[in-house]
Design a protein around this ligand. Structure first.
Ligand SMILES: Cc1cc2nc3c(=O)[nH]c(=O)nc-3n(C[C@H](O)[C@H](O)[C@H](O)COP(=O)(O)O)c2cc1C
Length: 176
């Protein structure tokens, strides 16, 4: 059975992006889903001096191995001030010190959601344009605007947005 790693680019315990990632992964029938939580990968703030003095934390290696042992990745990014949440950026920076192509050519569905009407589109655009330089095979992207209005009881309630996500999930499934 194919394995998909699903996680949010957030360390919020009530992360709306985690809820979206979990929902999207529930739509991939017939695959094993492994959910990751960035709270399990808290590391010192990346800096070249920290790396030179203390090396790369083991958690970066563990995270990278989860990606390596997967067949595909579902990621939903929190948007903070138009960019990545710091918890995600820190993990990404540490893992990139192990391997520049940190996404390891895995097929990837990248999403973002926020309470606002732009649905984290800025961070989604940044990720979809830059991740391919880091070994990502981006096969789908999706933004969910106005999370509070369009998501309820673990599901997207807006029919058109749900259809859009289903199409993106199909792209991922067909690429596994
Ligand atoms: C420091 C900070 C900056 C934020 N900046 C943005 C932003 O640029 N765009 C946006 O849509 N929402 C922004 N938000 C609201 C987040 O989208 C919201 O907190 C969301 O719940 C984050 O996703 P998460 O629940 O998965 O962590 C910001 C929130 C915080 C705390």
């Amino acid at each position: 059975m194919k394995k998909i790693v699903a996680f949010a680019g957030s360390n919020s315990k009530a992360s709306i992006n985690k809820q979206l990632a979990v929902y999207a992964s529930s739509l991939v029938h017939g695959a094993e889903i492994e959910e990751l939580d960035l709270n399990d990968y808290l590391m010192p703030m990346y800096g070249i001096d920290e790396e030179n003095e203390n090396g790369i934390p083991d958690k970066a290696n563990t995270f990278s191995n989860h990606l390596k042992n997967s067949d595909g990745i579902i990621l939903s990014l929190a948007e903070h001030n138009g960019s990545y949440a710091v918890a995600f950026k820190n993990v990404m920076d540490w893992v990139s010190r192990l391997e520049g192509k940190l996404w390891q050519e895995k097929p990837m569905l990248i999403m973002a959601t926020s309470p606002g009407g732009r649905g984290g589109i800025s961070v989604l655009q940044t990720a979809t344009s830059t991740f391919p330089h880091m070994g990502a095979n981006v096969v789908g992207k999706f933004s969910l605007p106005s999370f509070g209005t369009n998501f309820s009881n673990g599901k997207i309630t807006d029919v058109a947005l749900n259809s859009e996500l289903l199409e993106q999930v199909k792209q991922l499934k067909d690429s596994l």
